[in-house]
Structures are given as C-alpha cells and as structure tokens.
Design a binder for this molecule. Structure first.
Ligand code: NAD
Length: 285
C-alpha cells in the first residue's frame, strides 16, 4: 500500500498503527522520528521499524505517508520542519484529538501551498496508557476514525487514508472539523476534564482522610481516564478551548439544576432526570 511510512511520534497511537501496518504488510519500509533514543531502539527491537531518526526533515525524505502522532500542540513545529521536504504526492496524516487547531496550524505554516495530501484524522480509539509499550495492533478494530479533509485535500489521498484505516478494522467517517470539535468536546474532552477534576479535588482531602481507600468500582470506572497522559490532555483542552468552554457551561447549568432539585426535594424531577439518563446510557451500550 505504501513504499515508505514515516511516523513522527511513536507512542500509543503511532506505535499501534505502525504495528497494524507491519502485521498486515501495508508498507515496504517503516521509519520513525522520536526525541527518545530508547523509543527508537525499542521500535527496532520489536520489529516495528526499519530505521529511526531524531531529525524529522531527514526521516521524511522519500516517504509517501507521514503520520504525525504527537500531542496536538507539537504539530505546528512538525509542519514547519517537514515543509521543505514534502511533495504534492506525500500524504500527511495527523491523528490528533482536535482538528480545528491543527488545520489552523497547517494554514499558518503552508499558507497558499497547503499540501494536497494533508488528511486530518482522529481515531476514536485509545487508552489511558501511553508510549510504545502500550501499543496494540487491534486498537482500531471496530472503532471509528473521523477524517476532516480540507477543500484542498485530493480525493486520491482521502481514498488511500480510508483504505489504510479499513485495513486496521476501523470504520471511517468524514465530517467538517468544527463539527468534530463540538461533538468531541462533549463526548471526550469534557468527560476527561471532569474525571481529572474529581480526582484532583478528592486528592486534596487525601492527606488527612485517606479517602481513596474507601473508593470502589464506581469511582474506578468514572475516573479511569484521569490516569491518561497530562501533556496530551493539557494540549487538547487548550486546542479545543472554545467548544470545551461551551460544553463546561452546559454541564455547569445542568449540575446547578440538579443541585436545586436536591435542595427543593423535587424527587419527581430527580427521578425523571435519572431515568432519562439511564435510558440514554443503555442505548449507547
Ligand atoms: P503518547 O504519549 O503515547 O505518544 C506521543 C508521542 O509523541 C511520544 O512518542 C512522544 O515522545 C512524542 N512527542 C511528545 N511531544 C513531542 C514533541 N514536542 N515533538 C515530537 N514528539 C513528541 O500519546 P498518544 O496517545 O499516542 O497520542 C498521540 C496523538 O494521538 C495525540 O495528538 C492525541 O491527541 C491523539 N489521540 C490519542 C488517543 C488516546 O486515547 N491516547 C486517542 C485518539 C487520538
């Protein structure tokens, strides 16, 4: 499918895709750029990589697919580094959890010369684990991948990216970037913020109350995602600031309504809210 694939960032998402591509023989050669030599060494020892680099411009030479899999606020600098090397035939795909800011960064770097092969993507699959050792070739199996192609993106590049993800077992959906950011602010970014917030709030009590000793399955389920990588989520919260602030406002409004329902002993309304939520959650599966 590809002659040479260059991964920039070889953590959970990058290494999982690299592993899936290796297993399914989707690329003749796979190389990666990493800031850490130990990640490169592991990539080679695990049979994922043919070569590793610390310099993006060098690594991208001759690649027909470049996968950018770093935290979202690192992507702009990578666009700057690869700009002199890529051609109109290079497919450039990021896998960032936010899309509007990455497209804005691409516009700022490439201007009128936006690469026709730029295909922004977001796998709706992941884990609270990070790094190459957390990789899982089946991570994308039966999961959705959202693409937010630009008007300038070539149909051929989109077709190739769709075929790649389908080979990993994923289902590909295409939508505008601003719609993606509004939806994901509510289904992913807000829940992560709430989980981090709850754990941070409770951790303040922990010194004198040892509160986590008495936390059970519900707490574990609700807060699992607060074990995710802080840099990654720091970047996402700022990169999708506008949509996330709207989602926080909606949440605060609903929370204060629930507070009033409790204060006023409005048990009928409380049961109504809980029943509606239960039905929606059961529908989700
Ligand atoms: P990760 O922490 O496992 O891997 C990130 C990789 O990027 C590491 O190899 C790290 O060394 C490298 N990196 C970090 N900062 C860098 C910088 N400034 N310059 C160059 N390289 C840098 O993270 P991940 O989970 O693989 O996430 C990668 C991307 O995928 C992020 O943009 C994230 O938003 C997106 N994503 C993550 C998930 C998830 O659940 N983890 C799901 C979908 C999309």
């Amino acid at each position: 499918m590809f002659e040479k694939v260059c991964f920039i960032g070889l953590g959970l998402i990058g290494a999982s895709l690299a592993q899936a591509m290796r297993d399914k023989k989707l690329a003749k050669s796979i190389v990666a750029v990493s800031r850490s030599q130990s990640t490169i060494d592991k990539g080679i020892n695990y049979g994922l990589l043919d070569a590793g680099f610390d310099d993006a411009a060098l690594a991208v030479q001759g690649a027909d697919l470049v996968v950018i899999a770093t935290p979202v606020q690192a992507v702009k600098k990578i666009f700057e580094q690869i700009k002199p090397i890529i051609t109109d035939k290079t497919i450039i795909m990021d896998v960032g959890s936010t899309k509007g800011n990455i497209i804005a960064d691409a516009s700022a770097v490439f201007g009128e010369d936006m690469p026709k092969g730029f295909v922004p993507a977001h796998p709706i699959a992941g884990a609270e684990k990070s790094g190459i050792d957390a990789r899982n070739a089946k991570l994308f199996d039966n999961h959705k991948i959202i693409l937010t192609p630009l008007d300038t993106t070539s149909k051929q590049a989109v077709k190739k990216v769709i075929a790649l993800w389908e080979q990993t077992g994923a289902e590909v959906v295409t939508m505008p970037a601003d719609y993606h950011d509004k939806v994901l602010a509510r289904t992913s970014h807000l829940p992560h913020l709430l989980a981090y917030n709850l754990v941070a709030q409770l951790a303040k009590h922990n010194d004198n109350m040892d509160i986590f000793r008495f936390a059970a399955g519900g707490f574990r389920d609700f807060t699992r995602i607060a074990a995710s990588d802080p840099t990654m989520w720091h970047d996402i919260f700022y990169a999708n600031k506008t949509a996330l602030l709207d989602a926080i406002d909606e949440f605060s409004e609903q929370l204060s309504q629930l507070k009033t329902i409790i204060e006023t002993n409005d048990s009928e309304r409380m049961l109504g809210v809980l029943t509606q939520a239960q039905a929606a959650r059961q529908h989700f599966g």
